[in-house]
Design a protein around this ligand. Structure first.
Ligand SMILES: NC(=O)c1ccc[n+]([C@@H]2O[C@H](COP(=O)([O-])OP(=O)(O)OC[C@H]3O[C@@H](n4cnc5c(N)ncnc54)[C@H](OP(=O)(O)O)[C@@H]3O)[C@@H](O)[C@H]2O)c1
Length: 337
């Protein structure tokens, strides 16, 4: 390893609303030397995730906020270039919480191995946190049964597109809500969704959901929250399950977000609405990776990726998750391999 300096992107100040030019700062620092039981990872790609917006706020959550002056937290894939850990060798491909930096010093125990043949995009997409979220959120929280109507918001996104495909595998009627005609066409024509709704061009979402789900909604996989959740609550079936995966419509809100007015529909219909955090399912990831790998090999799961070149472009690229200009799993290439 010959490089002695590397780029890091740190949190400079907490944003109000959308992150802006002042939120992050780029620093050049020395490439660290790994300590006892540590390894040094050359980061190849990092994942951009909507949850990163929440990590910028100084409020209690499932993970502590990123501190001012700290490297921005991010999941990534890379290659070990130095190792003081008995079980990790130079050249190993690994995944972990590397952050927005070119080299990450990591405890050896905090790394997940990646098979040398697995494409990086796949390891951060359907076989990574994204795929795990879709798999456990749909199957464990949504509990779809054959013949159910499964409605997915954020359907053309990284998580939503896999949710819909798994629901098809399980024999459900799948309806997707997404923000462009191109995304809707991809869901219907390429992924086999039964019906789609472009929420940006639809005036009456209640009517559109009613038409797309004539037998009502049995499972709602919610990625966006907001007024759409109310629209869906008004159309759930007896015993419906609502999986609260995310609420991206509210992540940059500067005013208090109103709760769903139609929540008593859960009472009337004996429904359940349950949030979940993917990390709680970590002990079961290996089994999910095996099953999803099988579906990919059979051509039943497809994914598309939106790869931004250059770590310095990560702050601007993150905003694309919030204007919907990402097409599929949003990634940043930090280094060519
Ligand atoms: N619970 C967990 O453990 C967990 C883990 C991972 C992800 N998540 C959640 O899963 C959801 C999807 O994440 P992802 O990584 O797959 O991102 P993604 O769907 O690939 O990208 C975000 C998409 O959200 C849509 N969006 C943005 N603002 C919106 C708004 N105001 N109203 C409606 N849609 C909006 C955009 O698509 P359109 O063009 O369709 O608007 C955008 O492309 C997020 O809510 C995320 O927080 C949860």
């Amino acid at each position: 390893m010959s490089e002695t300096k590397m780029m890091q992107i740190k949190l400079a100040e907490r944003p109000t609303g959308l992150p802006d030019d002042n939120t992050f700062e780029i620093a050049e620092v020395d490439v660290p030397t790994p300590g006892t039981d540590e390894v040094l990872v050359r980061v190849e790609m990092v994942s951009l995730d909507p949850a990163m917006r929440g990590w910028l706020d100084d409020r209690p959550s499932y993970l502590p906020p990123v501190g001012i002056g700290q490297v921005m937290r991010a999941l990534g894939v890379g290659t070990v270039v130095a190792s003081n850990h008995a079980d990790v060798a130079i050249g190993d491909r690994v995944a972990g919480g590397f952050g927005w930096q070119e080299y990450a010093p990591m405890m050896g125990k905090d790394l997940q191995p990646i098979p040398p043949s697995a494409p990086t995009e796949l390891a951060l997409g359907p076989l990574g946190m994204t795929g795990m979220t879709a798999y456990f959120g749909l199957l464990d929280v949504g509990e779809p049964k054959e013949g159910d109507t499964v409605l997915v918001s954020g359907a053309a996104g990284a998580v939503g597109s896999i949710v819909g495909q798994i629901a098809k595998i399980k024999g459900c009627r799948v309806v997707g809500i997404a923000g462009s005609d191109e995304k809707c066409a991809w869901l219907e024509k390429d992924l086999g969704f039964d019906a789609v709704i472009n929420y940006k061009t639809t005036e009456d979402m209640y009517k559109a959901v009613k038409e797309a789900c004539p037998k009502g909604v049995d499972v709602y996989f919610d990625n966006v929250g907001g007024p759409l959740l109310d629209v869906v609550l008004a159309q759930i079936n007896l015993g419906a399950r609502i999986a609260i995966c995310g609420a991206i419509s509210a992540y940059n809100a500067t005013d208090p977000v109103p709760g769903p007015a139609n929540y008593l529909s859960l009472l009337v219909n004996r429904g359940k609405m349950q949030g979940f955090i993917v990390f709680d399912y970590a002990p079961r990831y290996a089994a999910a990776v095996e099953e999803i790998s099988g579906w990919i090999a059979e051509g039943k799961i497809q994914a598309r990726y939106d790869v931004v070149e250059g770590l310095e472009n990560a702050p601007k690229a993150l905003l694309r998750l919030f204007d919907g200009s990402n097409s599929g799993k949003l990634l940043v290439r930090v280094a060519a391999v």
